[in-house]
Write a protein that binds this ligand. Structure first.
Ligand code: CMC
Length: 433
């Protein structure tokens, strides 16, 4: 633990004049925190912070974000450097174990993950229970939750070896599960994993190969997929990660916890935004309608928001969005695609970034703004976009879950509330109501 005490913070109750001194704790970088753990026992008050805009829920050494400066670091390494020079499994090692692997460690880690890519054959039948038109995120919630019914030997969270096997299984099987959800929706046969391929290449193969034709991996697309996975791997205590931690804090098994994370990721304010961006761009349709939609986004009486814009933490350009835009151009150039949606997205970005409303509120494009255009070019339907986010984020979720379980101070997460309902009253029998 790298925390240290650095002073105190004094609260004064204006009603009673009572003073309470709370410790201030510093991490290695970022804002200090006021330690309110003893606040209730000492003052009889809770803190009130719906949406947790001012609340740190845990100590973590995985990921650091400086939202004002648009900085994202994993274990200290800037996301831009990782996206440029690293690969997804190396990042997974970094997140799980704290350091980049050396050559030997890397070979072993890749081997150990690859060893778990296949799914229990019985799970094929599980897929067949879904409607063919089921949303793939619905299938992901179901199948990942069901893993705990198939891998009993890795559900004991008190056994370090079982925890590691469950972690490797989740990282390894997630592309297989996602690709099968996609194949099922198309009515095509499932593809088994090919362990001679890299993580990203194998994923593309399982998604796009058909038994009747040879599938050639396009290295530009494999690189773009790997980069997309890197950019989405972890993002500190966002809604889905907090969901995984909260579910895990009760001692639930990791498969169930990751299924909870997938459910949380699905919403359009979180991982569902990439699908929503593409739907929005399609609805806008033409550059001439951009200002009409910008106007709608600014109208407080209209629930419409510019999807792919704004972020709870970034009040500057999301560093992932910059890499994503670059990747977007690379993929479109390689495939020779001239997608009018890219032009539309760039026009929308320009107009929004010159608009007072967006400037005042520090609303910049986020990671999801350009990812949908890349994925569309690669041949994915928009319903698969959030699934790819889930595949990548599983690594972050599992690393955060591991960190939590290994933390000796960990206890069940249990927020309190400000109660505003009726006070105690007497039950009225039905005939008297
Ligand atoms: N379009 C128009 N106005 C917006 C937008 C937007 N996309 N985002 C925020 N605002 C306004 C909001 O109306 C509010 O205005 P005012 O102060 O006048 O009431 C102000 O900006 C602050 O917004 P907020 O809702 O208090 O901010 P938040 O931190 O609660 O919400 C957000 C963050 C990401 C949910 C929100 O910006 C949003 O809904 N964006 C669109 C969805 C999206 O792209 N989500 C993906 C996030 S990145 C991927 C991930 O990590 O999951």
């Amino acid at each position: 633990m790298n925390e240290k005490n650095s002073g105190t913070f004094t609260l004064i109750n204006d009603k009673t004049g009572d003073k309470y001194t709370l410790p201030i704790i510093s991490g290695t970088t970022g804002p200090d925190v006021i330690d309110v753990r003893r606040l209730y026992s000492e003052t009889d008050h809770f803190t009130f912070d719906p949406g947790y805009t001012s609340t740190g829920s845990c100590e973590s050494s995985l990921t650091y974000i400086d939202g004002d400066r648009g900085i994202l670091l994993h274990r200290g390494y800037p996301i831009e450097e990782l996206a440029e020079q690293s690969n997804f499994l190396e990042l997974a090692h970094l997140l799980l174990f704290g350091e980049l692997p050396n050559q030997k460690e890397s070979e072993k880690f890749v081997h150990d993950i690859t060893y778990h890519t296949m799914l229990h054959e019985q799970l094929m039948n599980f897929y067949r229970g879904f409607r063919r038109d089921a949303h793939p995120m619905a299938i992901m919630c179901g199948v990942v939750g069901a893993l705990s019914a198939f891998y009993h030997d890795s559900t004991d969270i008190n056994d370090a070896h079982a925890r590691m096997v469950a972690s490797y299984r989740l990282i390894a099987k997630m592309p297989t599960i996602a690709a099968m959800a996609y194949k099922y929706s198309l009515g095509q046969p499932f593809n088994y994993p090919q362990n001679n391929l890299s993580y990203a290449e194998n994923f593309l193969q399982m998604l796009f190969a058909v038994p009747s034709e040879e599938y050639k991996i396009n290295p530009v697309l494999a690189r773009a997929m790997d980069r997309l996975l890197i950019l989405h791997a972890d993002h500190e205590q966002n809604a889905s990660t907090s969901t995984v931690r909260l579910a895990g804090s009760s001692g639930a098994n990791p498969f169930a916890c990751i299924a909870a994370g997938i459910a949380s990721l699905w919403g359009p304010a979180h991982g569902g935004a990439n699908e929503a961006v593409l739907n929005m761009l399609t609805e806008i349709g033409h550059k001439s309608r951009v200002s009409e939609f910008v106007k709608k986004a600014k109208d407080k009486n209209d629930p419409f928001r510019l999807m792919g814009f704004g972020h709870r933490v970034y009040k500057n350009y999301d560093p992932r969005a910059k890499v994503m835009m670059q990747s977007c151009h690379e993929v479109l150039d390689d495939l020779g695609i001239d997608d009018p949606l890219l032009e539309l997205a760039m026009e929308l970005e320009t107009i929004a970034r010159e608009d007072e409303y967006f400037i005042e509120r520090n609303l910049y494009p986020n990671v999801d703004f350009y990812s949908g255009i890349i994925l569309k070019a690669m041949g994915f339907p928009s319903s698969m976009f959030t699934v790819l986010f889930a595949v990548a984020r599983t690594t972050g979720w599992i690393a955060q879950w591991k960190e939590m379980i290994e933390d000796p101070t960990q206890k069940i997460g249990r927020p309190r509330q400000l109660y505003t309902g009726p006070t105690a009253r007497t039950y009225t029998p039905l005939e008297q109501r």
